[in-house]
Write a protein that binds this ligand. Structure first.
Ligand SMILES: [Zn+2]
Length: 263
């Protein structure tokens, strides 16, 4: 798209937004905010906050970097958790993540043994990352730590789209592991719940494109145990016993969405 067109869009789209916006909503939160979710996600343009709802104004404190890495923005995360006191932290990875691809490429090219394990990455192996700046590389290379953990499992998957989703899952687990190292006490005291997920817009988990799959709750990653944790959380809702209509609706969503790619 031409710069002139981009600039024109910027002005026009914001004007349309102003026309549709509710001034009262802005005025009510002109001097403070009270979001309930801290979301650490990837900067990828295909990942946007509206996957959590049409209007997330004052609800979601969003922190983004390549590969949804905890260490890159720890200060912003702690501002949201300790100053704004959000009770939930969502670490959201996604399918076809460029940062995960970069780290996977780095891992595979550095180990001959690994090359044999990951033959299905033919397309990825043809990508040339050599011209990337030192800054880009140094921000994304820490992802090689979690990716290296996941690579030996890939031969059990044998589908590039799913393999990359699996590695994104492992990355989310790793970022949550790091968060728990610092905020584990808060989690134990029930002041914070850390949820991990993968936003799937390629169909790695199901045919439903756009689903957010919940793959980790407070470090729990066994699929049966995550579902169990999810049900326990939902049952905290008043009037949500197993027979209630509300529980049945959410329970069905838990069956469909609280799941992982396992090997
Ligand atoms: Zn990404």
């Amino acid at each position: 798209m031409e710069v002139a067109n981009i600039f024109r869009h910027l002005l026009l789209h914001n004007e349309a937004f102003v026309q549709n916006a509710e001034a009262t909503k802005f005025l009510a939160y002109a001097t403070h905010q009270n979001p309930y979710i801290t979301m650490l996600t990837c900067a990828d343009s295909r990942v946007q906050g509206d996957i959590l709802g049409k209007d997330i104004f004052n609800k979601v404190f969003i922190i983004r970097n390549a590969g949804n890495q905890f260490a890159v923005n720890r200060g912003s995360i702690e501002y949201a958790l300790f100053v704004l006191n959000t009770p939930v932290m969502l670490v959201l990875g996604h399918t076809d993540c460029g940062a995960v691809k970069f780290a996977t490429h780095a891992c595979i090219t550095q180990s001959k043994e690994v090359v044999n394990l990951a033959k299905s990455f033919d397309n990825l192996m043809q990508t040339d990352y050599s011209s990337l700046s030192r800054e880009i590389k140094s921000e994304m290379l820490p992802l090689a730590i979690p990716i290296e953990r996941g690579i030996p499992d890939l031969r059990k998957i044998q589908n590039e789209m799913k393999e990359l989703a699996y590695l994104s899952q492992i990355n989310v687990d790793y970022q949550i592991e790091k968060a728990l190292k610092y905020y584990g006490d808060r989690v134990k005291e029930n002041k914070l719940t850390i949820i991990g997920g993968i936003y799937d817009f390629v169909g790695a988990y199901s045919k439903q494109l756009g689903r957010v799959l919940i793959t980790n709750i407070n470090g729990v990653i066994n699929p049966i145990d995550i579902q169990d944790s999810a049900r326990k959380i939902v049952k905290r809702m008043p009037n949500y016993d197993e027979k209630s209509e509300g529980y049945k609706i959410v329970g069905k969503l838990i069956d469909e969405k609280v799941t992982r790619i396992t090997v």
